[in-house]
Design a binder for this molecule. Structure first.
Ligand code: NAP
Length: 307
């Protein structure tokens, strides 16, 4: 039986692993992606993590993972399907493939995944011109035409990143005002090959020969609908928490974020939460890492009280 099983190996999960191992807890980290780092692996420059200014997100993920390995955290590549009470004490974690793991406590650190537009052509052309990660797929659009959907920091960063390679980038946003940081907005508006298309939604993604060839867009003020030829579309409309496997087990808000304060304690004794999957105001690497540490402090107290 493990003292703690950490589900997810992004910054929150890896930070929890370091703290748990330093507290001499028998610790397992379960990761379904097959790699660690979570969302940061898709970030080219992390500019706001104290002491590591400008670090590449992938390199940061590798550093975090090797830190957890240094303290001999155990890792398992697997997908968690469900969590049940163990008869005597603790929990049974049910994995895809019917394997089970028994643990005294759990830290959910599964982060969040990409929100989808939910329009015709999106699922069909994912990986064939529809992408959710500009830093992963941007290089395919060298001297081509790309569209970015969204108005937040990620959409602006994606548009700027793509503008370095693509011949033209359309930035399509449903309102006339961008949500992203003013400093990014200034850069976007100063970049010649980025065209901002406000008050507009993408209605349909069209393809030819199995790959994206155009999008159908609608101006929601004028109701004008038109087709725009593109080679790729990057959807950057935010994230959704990865919490469906604990639905009904712990309290969540209406968006599916697990309700917990800074100590990571959920509505269920023995289950803790850290990082972007928790209800909180600021979802950043630095807050995720701090959540991991706090959750382990709560786990230690929980395990002490069990004795
Ligand atoms: P976000 O800030 O929530 O922005 C999502 C954008 O997508 C919004 O502009 C929203 O429009 C739009 N949107 C949402 N649903 C849509 C739909 N169905 N159709 C069309 N548009 C839709 O998300 P994010 O850009 O992914 O950023 C997530 C968090 O990470 C933010 O807190 C952000 O500040 C942070 N972040 C920080 C940095 C940094 O500090 N360097 C970098 C990246 C991200 P509305 O504006 O109309 O709601």
């Amino acid at each position: 039986m493990y003292d703690v099983v950490i589900i997810g190996s992004g910054p929150a999960g890896l930070s929890a692993a370091v703290y748990a191992r330093r507290a001499k807890l028998k610790t397992l980290v379960i990761e379904k992606a097959g790699y660690s780092g979570g969302q940061i692996v898709n970030t080219s420059d992390v500019d706001n993590y104290l002491g590591l200014q400008g670090i590449d997100g992938f390199e940061m993920a590798m550093k975090f993972r090797s830190h957890a390995e240094h303290f001999e955290a155990e890792f398992l590549d697997a997908e968690v399907l469900n969590i049940k009470d163990n008869q005597d004490d603790g929990f049974i974690i049910i994995l895809k493939g019917e394997n089970e793991i028994i643990t005294k406590s759990i830290i959910v650190a599964t982060g969040a995944g990409y929100s989808k537009l939910g329009i015709v052509g999106e699922a069909e052309y994912t990986g064939k011109g529809v992408s959710y990660c500009a830093t992963c797929d941007g290089a395919f659009y060298r001297e081509k035409i790309a569209a970015v959907v969204g108005g937040g920091d990620v959409a602006l960063e994606d548009a700027l990143y793509l503008a370095n390679m693509a011949s033209k980038v359309y930035l399509i946003h449903r309102r006339d005002e961008l949500r992203g940081a003013k400093s990014l907005q200034d850069k976007v508006f100063a970049t010649e090959n980025i065209e901002f298309i406000p008050n507009t939604i993408v209605e349909k993604i069209n393809g030819a020969d199995g790959i994206v060839s155009s999008i159908t867009i609608k101006n929601i003020k004028s109701a004008e609908v038109k087709n725009v030829d593109i080679n790729g579309i990057f959807v950057a409309i935010g994230m959704k928490p990865e919490s469906s496997f604990v639905k009904g087990l712990v309290d969540m808000d209406s968006s599916g974020y697990i309700v917990a304060g800074e100590d990571g304690a959920t509505s269920r004794n023995g289950i803790f939460v850290a990082g972007d999957v928790r209800t909180k105001k600021l979802r950043q690497v630095i807050t995720a890492v701090s959540d991991g540490a706090n959750a382990v402090a709560s786990v230690e107290k929980y395990l002490r009280d069990l004795k």
